[in-house]
Design a binder for this molecule. Structure first.
Ligand code: DAT
Length: 198
């Protein structure tokens, strides 16, 4: 095999050199968007807000007036996201995670918040009492964390908090360290595969 261009012909090796996709999930108000933006800035990965993609590509089937939310056209949204995530290198944020194919993500960060912090943030957002209570209950019952643990390998699911500037820096550093290790693991995988090819 040509040592200077080892990955031209082997799709398996090419796939293993793809940059990772990271999903940042959690109850609304826990700090997903803030964290995702910060991490993207710190790592050079690209932030993808699933909510923004849904709006831009009009992935809605209507509006649930009672719940005060849009009804998502999941199939349409997933089709758009598949294209966006295909090359890797994305930091994706969304308040749910079970709708995505497991293979899309290499790391899942679940942002958690205390009741008091979430109450204040959702109140500041002008949520109705009902919507606020639903989200607070969702966080207390750790719905999104359980969803993540059921949908992905437990080893790649991590809980984080986002309340202070220090939290943002610390979380970004953790992701940077993880990316460094991820690259080392990729290189090892490629070298091993090359060894097996020879
Ligand atoms: P989400 O995307 O989960 O709905 P957000 O990122 O919009 O949440 O954050 C909700 C509010 O909390 C917003 O006013 C910004 C603030 N916030 C989040 N993380 C923070 C942090 N680490 N330090 C200070 N404020 C933060």
């Amino acid at each position: 095999m040509d040592g200077t261009r080892p990955h031209r012909t082997n799709p398996l090796l090419r796939a293993s050199l793809k940059r990772p996709n990271i999903l940042i999930t959690g109850t609304p108000g826990t700090g997903k968007t803030t964290t995702a933006r910060y991490i993207a800035e710190a790592t050079g990965l690209e932030h993808v807000s699933v909510g923004d993609v849904a709006k831009e590509k009009e992935c809605f089937e209507g509006r649930d007036v009672e719940l005060d939310t849009y009804i998502l056209d999941e199939e349409k949204l997933l089709d758009h996201l598949e294209i966006i995530l295909a090359d890797g290198g994305k930091v994706v944020d969304y308040h749910s995670c079970e709708l995505f194919p497991e293979r899309w993500f290499d790391l899942i960060l679940v942002v958690r918040a205390t009741n008091a912090v979430l109450f204040d943030r959702l109140s500041a957002r002008g949520y109705s009492a009902r919507k606020r209570e639903e989200n607070l209950e969702c966080e207390i019952m750790q719905v999104v964390l359980d969803e993540a643990l059921e949908s992905y390998e437990k080893e790649i699911v991590h809980e984080i908090t986002s309340e202070t500037e220090d939290d943002l820096q610390e979380n970004a550093q953790r992701v940077k360290d993880w990316l460094t290790q991820w690259k080392v693991d990729c290189r090892d995988r490629v070298q091993k595969a090359e060894g097996m090819e020879e």
